[in-house]
Design a protein. Structure first.
Length: 302
C-alpha cells in the first residue's frame, strides 16, 4: 500500500514490496478476499475507528496508499470527491474497474504512483480538504519525514490528515515467537528497530488459505513519537491522538472478533492494538508568514 512506478533505480525494498502487493491485490479480489457486497449495493462504509473522520459530503479527499480503492469508493458513496494513490498497478487497475462498475468514475480518480512521488503524479498542491491514510501503510515505507512532507504539500489551509494504524507497541510481538499459544511473544524492539525487517511470509491477512509466491518484504516499525514529530516538523498541528483496543485484522491468533468485524484481546485490553490521529494544516496567514520568513533568510519553504 505504499506506492511506486517502475524505474531502473528503484530500491530493492520497494520492488519486492510492490510485487507482494500486486499479488495481494489479486487475492483480495478473489472469493475469500475482501467482502464487497455492501460497496456494490451502494452502502460502502468505513470501519468503526474511521468514523472519527466525520462527514465528507462535498469534500475533496486524497487517499494515499489506497490499495484496491474500497475505502476511496466508500468515501465517494458518502459524497466526497476522491483521488486514490497506490504503487501497485494491479491494485490501481482493480480500483478503476470497481469505480466504473459502481458508477463512481465522476467522483473518483485513481493514480499509480509511489507515495513519496505523489506530488509529481497529482498536480494539485494544497488542493485537498482531507488526506486519508489508514491501516497497514507506514510499515511499508522507511522515511516518515518525506511521508509527512507529501501530506503537508496536499492539504489546504486548515485541512487535515486523518490517519489510523496498528499500534507499534503491539507490533513488538508476534505469534511465531510465543511460548504460550494463548499469547504472542517478544519479536521486535520498539525503540531499537530502525532498520527494515526482511522476512518471507507467504500468508495473507484477508485469505487464510492464500500462499503468496512473492513473499519477501521489507517492513519498518515506526514509534508513535516518530510519526507525530514528523507531522509537526512538516508544519502540521496535532488536534488529537486516540488509542484503541481493537484493530480491523487478526493481528494475533488469540484475538477474538467482535460484531463489527474488529479484533480484540480475549480477556483484558493488555495493550492498545491501534491508534488514530488528526493533524491540521496551518492557517493561510501562517503559511504566508512562514514563506516570507523563508524568503527573507534566503531559504525555501517546505
Amino acid at each position: 500500500m505504499a506506492g511506486g512506478e517502475t524505474d531502473a533505480a528503484e530500491p530493492e525494498w520497494r520492488r519486492l514490496n510492490r510485487a507482494n502487493w500486486d499479488e495481494r491485490a489479486r487475492v483480495h479480489l478473489g472469493p475469500r478476499g475482501y467482502n464487497l457486497t455492501a460497496l456494490r449495493a451502494g452502502r460502502g462504509r468505513l470501519g468503526l475507528v474511521e468514523q472519527e473522520l466525520g462527514p465528507v459530503d462535498g469534500l475533496k479527499i486524497l487517499h494515499l496508499q489506497c490499495h484496491i480503492g474500497t475505502d476511496s469508493l466508500a468515501l465517494a458513496q458518502r459524497g466526497a470527491q476522491v483521488v486514490g494513490v497506490d504503487f501497485s498497478p494491479t491494485a490501481i487497475g482493480a480500483a478503476r474497474r470497481l469505480s466504473a462498475e459502481l458508477g463512481l468514475a465522476d467522483q473518483t480518480h485513481f493514480v499509480q504512483a509511489d507515495v513519496y512521488e505523489a506530488d509529481r503524479a497529482v498536480n494539485d498542491p494544497h488542493g485537498f480538504d482531507r488526506v486519508f491514510i489508514t491501516w497497514g501503510t507506514i510499515c511499508w515505507i522507511p522515511d516518515l519525514k518525506n511521508w509527512a512532507r507529501i501530506i503537508a504539500h496536499f492539504l489546504r489551509p486548515c485541512g487535515y490528515l486523518y490517519f489510523a494504524e496498528g499500534h507499534p507497541a503491539a507490533l513488538v510481538f508476534d505469534d511465531q515467537t510465543g511460548a504460550d499459544p494463548a499469547r504472542p511473544g517478544f519479536f521486535w524492539p520498539y525503540l531499537l528497530a530502525r532498520g527494515p525487517l526482511i522476512e518471507a511470509d507467504p500468508r495473507d491477512y484477508s485469505d487464510p488459505e492464500a500462499r503468496l509466491a512473492n513473499a519477501t518484504t521489507h517492513q519498518w516499525l515506526h514509534p508513535v513519537g516518530e510519526v507525530v514529530t514528523a507531522l509537526i516538523e512538516a508544519g502540521l498541528r496535532l488536534d488529537w491522538l486516540h488509542e484503541h483496543e481493537a484493530v480491523p485484522w487478526r493481528m494475533f491468533d488469540c484475538l477474538v472478533e467482535d460484531a463489527e468485524g474488529f479484533f480484540r484481546w480475549p480477556d483484558r485490553a493488555w495493550l492498545p492494538l491501534a491508534y488514530s490521529l488528526r493533524a491540521r494544516a496551518e492557517e493561510e496567514e501562517k503559511i504566508h508568514h512562514r514563506g516570507a520568513e523563508a524568503r527573507r533568510r534566503g531559504g525555501r519553504l517546505g
